[in-house]
Design a protein around this ligand. Sequence first.
Ligand SMILES: *Cc1c(COP(=O)(O)O)cnc(C)c1O
Length: 389
Amino acid sequence: MDFIYLDNNATTPLNPVVLESMLPFLKEDYGNASSVHELGRRARTALEKSRGQIADLFNAKPEEIIFTSCGTESDNYAILGTAYLPENRHKQIITSKIEHHAVLHTVEFLEKQGYPAVYLDVDENGIIKLDQLEKALEKETSLVSIMYANNEVGSLQPIEQIAKMCNEKGVKFHTDAVQAFAKHPVDMSKIPIDMLSLSAHKIYGPKGVGAMYIRKGVKLFRLMHGGHHEKNKRPGTENVAGIVGLATAARRLQNNHEEENKRLSLLRDKLQTALLNNIPDCYVNGMNAARLANTLNIRFDYVEGESILLHLDMEGICASSGSACTSDTLEPSHVLLAMCVPKERAHGSIRFSLGETNTEEQIDKVIDLMPTLIKKLRSMSPLGHKSNK
Ligand SMILES: *Cc1c(COP(=O)(O)O)cnc(C)c1O
């Protein structure tokens, strides 16, 4: 079956150019980047070249980039690595209610160890309230961690303002930019971000490789112990093929981000408008937010999101109920609840997240299919629906 893959915020297909760039390091150039012989030197050269390429995308220095195993590891290192510094013990940490679980559960873990934590509210568009942040910053704080772009609804936070507010107070600022990286470029010489997390598999790169930007001078408590890899910050033999793939993917996307964001937002808006016009009682979650170009989180009243997804799946259409990490639980999305979507309505929400492989033809197929599907599900639903009566 030819799939229509609309779950790009969960993961993306590996781009063929990216795969091609990785192959030499999975085949003949298999050296360990720490070895001194020719094969080791080739791996080292590829590794450092990739580091430089990623640093360039941020207008940063190569030594400010370290490679990790994923976005989750980067988030953990930024948060735990800051909190565990002796001078930061039991100081307050500020985050938001709509973070990815890689951040949220890490802060909750610290809270259990006696660290005071503040979870900032968001408005109905999934944007934090800056005055609430300002107030929270009055108490001595070691770290603020606010995501750049939300994975479920796509809302973009005012990262520059947040970074500046933290910087003025001398508080470290980390952002989980896994969904925004290479789509919304960041110039580190202009925005005082201290740490940033990213991941390859959300930008058409391979799974199992990520990176962190760590501003020069920012200290972190070591979480893992081993060799002297990654400037002594992250031990473990580097995943050279993965890192080369990450750098290729990031450059490809960032160099083309304006055009691709435009293309995706046209497709997304076409889908959004058609669903809103052709299906009664449906609403876009975060409709008026500055949003990622590819993301549409939409709510259909009187029907379960899970049953929509099952029926789409039978047609070869891959969508999601929001967060891939919570979709096997029946808890409504913490993001939608924070946006004050009532519990039963949150359950009727699904996320379409578009990507570079999607065509207009595919979107048209979804547009054709959805009204009939929703009507059918509503007619079967015990929740009932007036338009079917
Ligand atoms: C996917 C994702 C992560 C986790 O990244 P992994 O590389 O899968 O560990 C973290 N934050 C956000 C916003 C994400 O979308």
